[in-house]
Ligand binder design. Structure first.
Ligand code: HEM
Length: 228
């Protein structure tokens, strides 16, 4: 008879249910924005609006509302994840050892809190880009400009609206680049997607990638673990 017993898998809670719902609302509204935005980006892409949204008009209508949804949801996500994304001295060490990050030699990397410097970069750049997209998007939302004018007493000039269009399109391209990096990193580091889907990671994953965070989590009483 074998004396080997199957060890129990240790799971560590990384995200609460509300944090995951919050994140996936951001992700879904982002995809709607990306597709409806592409539909307006260049005449060769008008077909995207007709195929996915029924008409170019519909894509144009849906785009600013999805932008509003993303901004509100992202602000909530931002406030929730802010404490874990504040800069730490080890973030600079982590960036300086990028070759070990890319070759998977974690033994040469500093112990990390809940997020690594790359994730913090995504967090802060999405914050800046979301705010820029929101402000320039409102300036271009012509059907609601009289409403915003009544609200703020301000109406952008034609010159300002032209600049808003250029800055909006440039920020959109940048935000898509940051999003590709984010989604690729989530797929690349095995075990990360289950964190945002089921809310937990394995003890091994937490020990390997976010050891400082794990050390703090195990000291907390179960009721306050991964409250965000
Ligand atoms: C469909 C595309 C997306 C996928 C597959 C995805 C996947 C993930 C995963 C797996 C995590 C957990 C990372 C961890 O705990 O280590 C995460 C965290 C996060 N995601 Fe996403 N995500 C997507 C879209 C977005 C978008 C569009 C935004 C913002 C505009 C976003 C913002 C965040 C933020 C702020 C975090 C917390 C980590 C950090 O501060 O960098 N995600 N995402």
């Amino acid at each position: 008879m074998s004396s080997v017993t199957q060890p129990q898998k240790i799971l560590v809670r990384r995200y609460s249910g509300s944090a995951r719902i919050n994140h996936w609302i951001v992700a879904i509204s982002f995809i709607v924005l990306l597709l409806s935005g592409l539909a307006m980006f260049h005449p060769s892409l008008f077909i995207v609006g007709e195929t996915l949204f029924g008409s170019g008009w519909m894509a144009r209508w849906i785009h600013p509302w999805a932008g509003l949804a993303l901004t509100v949801a992202f602000l909530a996500l931002f406030l929730r994840f802010l404490p874990a994304n504040l800069p730490h001295l080890d973030d600079f060490r982590w960036f300086a050892r990028m070759k070990h990050v890319l070759s998977g030699h974690d033994e040469y990397l500093p112990e990390l809190g809940k997020y690594n410097a790359g994730q913090k970069f995504v967090f802060w750049s999405q914050m800046i880009l979301t705010c820029t997209l929101f402000v320039t998007g409102v300036a271009l939302w012509d059907s609601y400009l009289p409403f915003f004018e009544r609200l703020t007493g301000y109406h952008p000039t034609i010159e300002q609206m032209r600049w808003a269009a250029v800055i909006h399109a440039t920020s959109a391209v940048l935000t898509v680049v940051v999003w590709i990096v984010h989604a690729y990193a989530a797929l690349w580091v095995r075990g990360t997607i289950p964190a945002m889907v089921g809310g937990t990671v394995t003890g091994g994953w937490a020990w390997r990638h976010h050891r400082r965070w794990l050390r703090r989590e195990v000291k907390k009483p179960a009721s306050v673990q991964a409250a965000s």
